[in-house]
Design a protein around this ligand. Structure first.
Ligand SMILES: Cc1ncc(COP(=O)(O)O)c(C=O)c1O
Length: 402
């Protein structure tokens, strides 16, 4: 018998992963992209040209440059944020990360310790919630409406916290194409949020993962851009949703005192350089046209998804039509437990994200769920949503289905 290493595991490990299994027929989970719109031809050409020109630099860690990432990519990120999101930044404020998940880890690593309090949006990214749970911090949800965080309610929440002697370390927001609700926070709310953060001496952690996938193509100014030199906002973004998630390229924009601390925690000797080189080479001349095309395709899938939900679930499911992105957030009547329906759905080859895992308060999220439409085709979306409605009708007694 082989040596049982489990007796040596440290305490406090997260639960073990299950072996990977291929996605079922109707997979509406995961922030995956439309396979037909990965620009692999352009990426291949970019790879050849950048490697022919600069391939020898791969001989040195960080391509012989600094640990913040490939210079042309950081320059492109600044150019893109200036042109598309009204945000001035210089490459010295940019740290390229291995996906924006590493950005979340670095921000949490610098700012959080057990017992701290953070505010997140009432419905938010499950990957952030699981991280915060592991860190042993208190997570409070800020109420949302169709324009993102309700700043009036947040003001009261912050005042009550201050009265209890608590100050949240940060307010985590996904203001432009919120995950999972697909809403966009208007400019005025962004200003109000910043004012609240200033007044309560809290940081804003602005996650703009999906901002390039806004149907209108008109991104509002980032919250960080509204702060000027105020230092109240740490910003992160990603190329996962605009180009391809498997590239694993994300980035942080922050002031040097914060970046300097993150660099001390980023112990991977630099994020993969080849993808940074290829991305920078490709994006310099193709990013805008690629994203325009991708948005059109995703919007058609979103329309297919909302139409399918309306057809198949009728009044039993309510939603706010997303303003961009790759997912739809549904609410069902009180008493419906979407977590309990995941098993029966899986038995019929359907996967979705039960709302509890995407909610600061799992009880609030119990009757909600998230459906991703980035990867499946419109036909698969229609068929899968009808099949899901059938499961809900049978298992939850909702008057839905065909
Ligand atoms: C809001 C949000 N932030 C960050 C991430 C992490 O993405 P990545 O590490 O692929 O950049 C995701 C992934 O789905 C997300 O939804």
């Amino acid at each position: 018998m082989s040596f049982d290493t489990s007796s040596l595991f440290r305490s406090g490990l997260p639960p073990a992963e299950q072996p990977w299994a291929p996605a079922p027929r109707f997979s509406f989970v995961g922030g995956n992209n439309d396979a037909d719109n990965v620009p692999f031809g352009g990426l291949a050409e970019a790879a050849v040209s950048v490697l022919r020109r600069e391939g020898t630099s791969l001989a040195t860690y960080n391509l012989g440059g600094g640990p913040q990432g490939y210079d042309p990519l950081r320059e492109f990120i600044c150019h893109k944020l200036g042109a598309r999101a009204h945000m001035a930044c210089d490459p010295g404020q940019v740290l390229v990360t291995s996906g924006s998940l590493q950005a979340l880890d670095l921000v949490n690593g610098v700012f959080l310790e057990p017992g701290d309090t953070v505010i997140v949006e009432q419905a938010t990214y499950g990957g952030m919630l699981s991280r915060l749970a592991r860190l042993g911090v208190e997570v409070l949800g800020a109420e949302l409406d169709e324009h993102g965080i309700r700043t009036d309610a947040l003001a009261e929440q912050l005042t009550a916290l201050a009265a209890a002697g608590k100050r949240p370390k940060y307010i985590y927001t996904i203001p432009t194409v919120q995950n999972p609700t697909g809403t966009v926070m208007p400019l005025e709310r962004r200003r109000e949020l910043l004012e609240l953060a200033r007044a309560h001496k809290a940081l804003i952690f602005e996650d703009d993962c999906y901002a390039d996938l806004l149907w209108s193509g008109e991104r509002p100014p980032t919250i960080r851009s509204l702060d000027g030199d105020g230092g109240h906002v740490v910003y992160c973004g990603s190329f996962s949703k605009s180009i391809a998630p498997a590239l694993r390229v994300g980035y942080i924009v922050a002031d040097w005192p914060v970046l300097a601390r993150m660099l001390a925690l980023k112990t991977d000797a630099g994020s993969g350089a080849l993808e940074q080189m290829v991305l920078a080479e490709y994006a310099a001349s193709h990013f805008d046209s690629h994203v325009d095309q991708l948005r059109t395709v995703l919007r058609a899938k979103c329309d297919a998804m909302t139409a399918a939900v309306t057809d198949s679930f009728g009044n039993a499911a309510t939603f706010v039509a997303p303003q961009g992105g790759i997912f739809l957030w549904l609410a069902f009547p009180d008493g419906v437990d979407t977590g309990a329906l995941a098993g029966p759905a899986a038995a019929e080859g359907i996967e979705f994200n039960p709302g509890a895992g995407w909610s600061a308060d799992p009880a609030w999220g119990r009757n909600r769920l998230r459906l991703c439409f980035g990867a499946p085709s419109p036909d698969t979306i229609r068929e899968g949503v009808a099949a899901l409605a059938g499961v809900f009708a049978r298992e939850a007694g909702l008057g839905v289905g065909r």
